[in-house]
Design a protein around this ligand. Structure first.
Ligand code: F6R
Length: 237
């Protein structure tokens, strides 16, 4: 695991350079994306670089980590809506090349892994981390061998995400998420962690034992991971 400690603005710039390098070397790359607050700076930077011609997504394919169960892509809090608004409509990717797990037909969840395989596997997977160590929506205790599946969201995750909804009651209780095995199959992983609230979890997943209690700790076993931390997130290392 390569650890980089930088200011938030610098993280967005440096992380974006990984996409410039990848897409110029392999224009048909398969990209795994995340939602949440953490990637917004990176997505802004990718759109800027795309406008300036530094990289093109025209031949890329994308797979998002997760989607709320019960929300379709027109719901403003769905992750499909988030991705269209914050990235896909701002870059030159054909929208049919973008994939988000189906939040309505959740019984087809495992087919998502087949679609990723059929596309050639993920070249670069972007991750954030939950305050409880989750990656995607793989909450503590999720088996390391899991593939894309329906998950029950913990109260702490629902509370953390309630800021995007009118009230906590509107936050879905389930989601569809790539599994931990799905994530670990990515050739390279780019993890970004921002803020003091993540500091203990960051310490646990980087320095602690590899355990399903801290889902992100599995990344210690992946051969190609870059972790970008701002000074607050790194403050307990
Ligand atoms: C979202 C996802 C989640 C988030 C995590 C952190 O697609 O996979 O694991 O990365 O909950 O969310 P933020 O960035 O909002 O702190």
């Amino acid at each position: 695991m390569r650890i980089h400690i930088e200011k938030q603005e610098q993280i967005a710039r440096d992380a974006a350079q990984k996409y410039v390098e990848l897409l110029n070397r392999k224009p048909e790359a398969v990209l795994g994306y995340a939602t949440g607050s953490t990637p917004l700076g990176l997505y802004f930077e990718l759109a800027r670089l795309n406008r300036e011609g530094a990289l093109s997504f025209a031949r890329a394919t994308t797979f998002n980590l997760d989607e709320y169960a019960g929300l379709d892509g027109t719901h403003p809090q769905s992750y499909r809506y988030f991705m269209n608004k914050n990235l896909f409509y701002n870059i030159d990717i054909p929208i049919e090349n973008t994939h988000v797990p189906n939040g309505i037909n959740t019984d087809i969840a495992a087919k998502y892994d087949e679609a990723i395989e059929a596309a050639g596997g993920i070249d670069l997977q972007l991750l954030g981390i939950g305050n409880n160590g989750h990656i995607g929506f793989n909450e503590p205790g999720t088996p390391f061998g899991s593939v894309t599946h329906v998950v029950d969201l913990t109260d702490s995750t629902r509370q953390a995400n309630a800021r995007f909804f009118e009230s906590i009651d509107e936050v879905p209780t389930q989601a569809v998420s790539m599994g931990i095995k799905t994530v670990m199959k990515a050739k390279s992983i780019l993890m970004i962690c921002i803020g003091k609230a993540k500091a203990q979890t960051v310490r646990d997943f980087i320095l602690g034992e590899v355990t399903p209690d801290v889902p992100a700790s599995i990344l210690q076993l992946h051969p190609d991971v870059d972790v970008y931390l701002d000074p607050d997130a790194a403050s307990l290392l």
